[in-house]
Write a protein that binds this ligand. Structure first.
Ligand SMILES: [Cu+2]
Length: 198
């Protein structure tokens, strides 16, 4: 029983941590526009449409292949709707169904977490490289660390969060052979290395 409670607490703590790392973007829904009408976000970020005036919808139109669709009323009764950006990169278009003809449309673009302007090299070591079944990252700091592994197309194939980690072993069994980019984000600094899996 105590064990179960501990596990539950741990699970809750993990959720909170992931939530804290994500950014929430608010899109105001009014007569007759979405504001802002375009956004650039990362996987895991949350887009929240918030009612301001009138009676509208947020309804997906064209999305990257495999992305979940949505269709929600945004009005005085249903005042907000949140959508978590999947790890499927690309542009997500949406409309207000009754007012699309008036130009009430919007979009957001999900970009790879590696597309951060100040990317620095090194600051973590990684071995073996090439790797087969697992790889170890040696980190040099404390605090919260996000680790992303992306394939050649920029698609995130793995995303983990760690606290006060100095050495991380990542299971790479499920990665198909090829070249990947490993990005660590630690205390706001972004570091990147290439990883070869064979
Ligand atoms: Cu509308």
């Amino acid at each position: 029983m105590i064990m179960k409670k501990t596990l539950l607490l741990l699970a809750a703590a993990c959720c909170l941590f992931v939530q804290a790392m994500a950014t929430t973007y608010t899109v105001t829904v009014a007569d007759f526009s979405f504001s802002p009408s375009t956004l650039t976000v990362h996987p895991g970020d949350v887009i929240t449409w918030t009612w301001s005036s009138g009676s509208h919808t947020t309804t997906s139109t064209t999305l990257p292949t495999g992305a979940p669709t949505w269709d929600q009323a945004i009005n005085a009764t249903n005042t907000s709707y949140s959508y978590t950006a999947p790890s499927i990169l690309g542009t997500y278009n949406y409309k207000c169904t009754p007012h699309a003809g008036m130009g009430m449309v919007g979009s957001f673009t999900v970009v790879s977490p590696t597309e951060v302007s100040s990317v620095q090299q090194a600051m973590f070591s990684m071995y073996p490289n090439p790797a087969t079944t697992s790889v170890r990252l040696q980190l040099n700091g404390t605090g919260e660390t996000s680790v992303f592994i992306a394939d050649m197309s920029g698609r995130t194939v793995m995303h983990r969060q760690y606290t006060d980690a100095t050495a991380i072993d990542i299971d790479t069994h499920q990665l198909t052979p090829g070249i990947y980019t490993v990005t660590t984000i630690q205390n706001g600094s972004v570091y990147r290395k290439e990883l070869s899996i064979r």
